[in-house]
Write a protein that binds this ligand. Structure first.
Ligand SMILES: Nc1nc2c(c(=O)[nH]1)N[C@@H](CN(C=O)c1ccc(C(=O)N[C@@H](CCC(=O)O)C(=O)O)cc1)CN2
Ligand SMILES: [Mg+2]
Length: 287
């Protein structure tokens, strides 16, 4: 029997509905949640993501303030804007869309965001809070992956989870969130000697490497939960050239796995939903 599809678009809508209720309650008390979105440069994909974030805020009753700057914006000017937004009591979340132009030190900018407004969960302090199991903002993509796994109804306690990829924004926080849920966690990466040895033992696989067909059917334990974080394009000269695809060979793996997320319509929409969750949470904390 092919795997059950985990519908990230549907789950994201449901979560956004919950956010709308919480935002309405705050608005009724004169505390409308506010999110500042900073976009520097003209990366076309970033423009799409930012537009989708702004639209999602509107639909949930979160006030969004979009600040768009040319690619030539200086690092000093951007840091000044962040400082101003830190001081603005009507703003509960500050998001700087990544990637930033190369002349700007993204780490410096992220660290300049007040920790109480770091709704992307990218700062060193947020990472430390996650590691220590303290309340704080969880990075939106791994947080969304946890919700997708939870939606299967499978309890993570005692399960073996394999994360492929060790980025600071997805792989590492994903490992920590799975650990917090009492899974036994293996993090694999580009220097892992034999990836399949690990993934074949996994009850849960989260693929976050940015390379298509990283996980194929022969690498998956029957019945496993497979979460695909990848966003790649099928190269020219192949069937479906230009089409968006993940890190998982979807057609093959779906014949073996128990549950699987599609690309698009899996993790992506959840990233935006969890950003709204973090923003409303931030507004509730400050109320
Ligand atoms: N400051 C941030 N920058 C970036 C983040 C982030 O969380 N914070 N993540 C990514 C981009 N991203 C959100 O910003 C994002 C990427 C993709 C999607 C999404 O919904 N994808 C769709 C497919 C879209 C398509 O067709 O191209 C899907 O998977 O269904 C949402 C958010 C990097 N930068
Ligand atoms: Mg993300």
């Amino acid at each position: 029997m092919p795997a059950t599809l985990i519908d990230g678009s549907a789950l994201a809508l449901q979560i956004r509905g919950g956010v709308a209720e919480r935002a309405a309650a705050l608005t009724a008390r004169g505390r409308t949640p506010g999110l500042a979105v900073i976009l520097v440069g003209d990366d076309p994909a970033s423009h799409v993501y930012v537009r989708n974030k702004v639209k999602a805020c509107e639909a949930a009753g979160i006030r969004s303030v979009l600040e768009r700057y040319p690619a030539e914006l200086t690092e000093a000017a951007l840091l000044e804007r962040v400082a101003a937004l830190n001081a603005d009591a009507t703003i509960h979340g500050i998001l700087v869309q990544l990637p930033l132009p190369r002349h700007i030190d993204a780490k410096k900018v992220i660290e300049a965001i007040d920790a109480s407004k770091d709704v992307d969960g990218y700062s060193v302090l947020s990472a430390g809070e996650l590691m220590a199991g303290l309340p704080g903002f969880r990075p939106c993509t791994p947080y969304g992956c946890m919700k997708l796994i939870e939606s299967t109804g499978v309890a993570l306690r005692g399960k073996h989870a394999v994360v492929i990829g060790r980025s600071n924004t997805v792989g590492k926080p994903m490992g920590l969130l799975l650990l917090q849920a009492d899974a036994t966690v293996t993090i694999c990466h580009s220097a892992t000697a034999d990836l399949a040895v690990h993934t074949r033992q996994a009850d849960v696989v989260v693929a976050a490497v940015g390379r298509r067909n990283t996980l194929t059917a022969d690498m998956v334990k029957p019945g496993a939960i497979v979460i695909d974080v990848g966003m790649n394009r099928v190269p020219d000269g192949e069937p479906n050239a230009g089409k968006l695809c993940g890190d998982v060979d979807f057609d093959g793996v779906r014949e073996v796995a128990g549950w699987i997320t599609p690309v698009p319509g899996g993790v992506g929409p959840m990233t935006i939903a969890m950003l709204l969750v973090n923003t409303v949470e931030s507004a509730e904390r400050s109320a």
